[in-house]
Design a protein around this ligand. Structure first.
Ligand code: NAG
Length: 278
C-alpha cells in the first residue's frame, strides 16, 4: 500500500483540525473551502461559554487568520442555542481580586480583533455572553426562532464582554437600556427591526445562508476586505471627520494594490475580476 505525501495530507488534515479541540468543531466550508467554520459544541450546556471554549475559539480564529485560503469566517452554535451565556458555575465563587487580577474575560476580545470578516449565524438563544459574542462579529444572521438578551442583571451583575456598549450602538439607547435593565429578550424579528441582525433565515437554512455570505465575501480581495472592515469599524471609534479621513487614506491605499487595478480593469473589460489578494 503506497501512500503519497499528498494523500497523507488529505487523511491527516481533518484529524488535525478536528482533534485539536474539545468544545468546538472547526472546518472549512464553501465550494472553494474558503470559509472558515467554527461551531460551538457543548450541547448539554447549551454552549455555555466556558473559559476553555473561548480559548479554543481564539485558537481557531488565529489559525484561520493566517490561512491564505480563508476569506471569511462563520461562527455558529446549534439549532437550540448559539450560546446561552457565559459559564455561571465558573463564575459563582470568583472574587473581585481574581476577576480584576486575572483580567477576567479579556481574551474574549479576540473575536473582535480578527481582521478577516466574521459572520455570526445565530439559532436559538444568544444570551449574555452569547449575545456579546454574536455582537463581536461583523455580521449577524438570525434563525427565525433566535432570541437575544442580556440577562446579567437577573444574576446581580452586568454584561462584561461589550454587551452594554455594542448593543447600545446597534439598537439605540432605549431598547438597549430596557434589555440590560430588565433582562428581557428580543426575538429575531425585533432584532432585525432594530438593526442588530441583517437577515432572518429559516432555522434549517441559516448556516448555509451564512456560509453563502462568507463565500461572497471570500471571492473579493482579502486585502481590500480587511481595509473595508477596518474602515467600517472605525465608525465606532472615531469622530465623523476622523473617520472620513481614515476612510480616504484607506481608499487611496487600495490604489497601491494589484487587486484594485484588476477589479477596475475587469469592470471596464466587462469580465469577472480575478483577485489575487495582492
Ligand atoms: C461555591 O461555594 C459554595 C459554598 O459557598 C459551594 O457550595 C459551591 O459548590 C461552590 N461552587 C463551585 C462551582 O465551586
Amino acid at each position: 500500500f503506497f501512500v503519497t505525501l499528498r494523500m497523507w495530507r488529505v487523511v491527516l488534515k481533518p484529524l488535525v483540525l478536528g482533534g485539536q479541540y474539545e468544545y468546538i468543531l472547526v472546518e472549512k466550508r464553501g465550494e472553494n473551502k474558503n470559509v472558515g467554520f467554527i461551531q460551538l459544541n457543548r450541547p448539554k450546556a447549551l454552549n455555555a461559554l466556558c473559559d476553555g471554549l473561548m480559548k479554543e475559539v481564539g485558537q481557531a480564529l488565529d489559525a484561520f487568520e493566517v490561512d491564505k485560503e480563508v476569506g471569511a469566517i462563520v461562527i455558529t452554535g446549534s439549532d437550540r442555542a448559539f450560546a446561552a451565556g457565559a459559564d455561571i458555575k465558573e463564575m459563582q465563587n470568583r472574587t473581585f481580586q481574581e476577576c480584576y487580577g486575572g483580567n477576567f474575560l479579556a481574551h474574549w476580545n479576540r473575536v473582535s480583533t480578527v481582521r478577516k470578516p466574521v459572520i455570526a449565524a445565530v439559532n436559538g438563544f444568544a444570551l449574555g455572553g452569547g449575545c456579546e459574542l454574536a455582537m463581536m462579529c461583523d455580521i449577524i444572521y438570525a434563525g427565525e426562532k433566535a432570541q437575544f438578551g442580556q440577562p446579567e442583571i437577573l444574576l446581580g451583575t452586568i454584561p462584561g464582554a461589550g454587551g452594554t456598549q455594542r448593543l447600545t450602538r446597534a439598537v439605540g439607547k432605549s431598547l438597549a437600556m430596557e434589555m440590560v435593565l430588565t433582562g428581557d429578550r428580543i426575538s429575531a424579528q425585533e432584532a432585525k427591526q432594530s438593526g442588530l441582525v441583517s437577515k432572518i433565515c429559516p432555522v434549517d437554512q441559516l448556516v448555509s445562508e451564512a456560509v453563502k455570505c462568507g463565500e461572497k465575501i471570500a471571492s473579493n480581495s482579502k486585502l481590500v476586505s480587511a481595509m473595508a472592515k477596518e474602515a467600517v469599524n472605525a465608525a465606532f471609534e472615531l469622530t465623523l471627520a476622523e473617520g472620513n479621513h481614515l476612510e480616504k487614506r484607506l481608499f487611496h491605499a487600495t490604489f497601491a494594490t494589484n487587486d484594485r487595478k484588476e477589479g477596475m480593469t475587469a469592470f471596464v473589460e466587462k469580465r469577472k475580476a480575478s483577485f489575487q489578494d495582492d
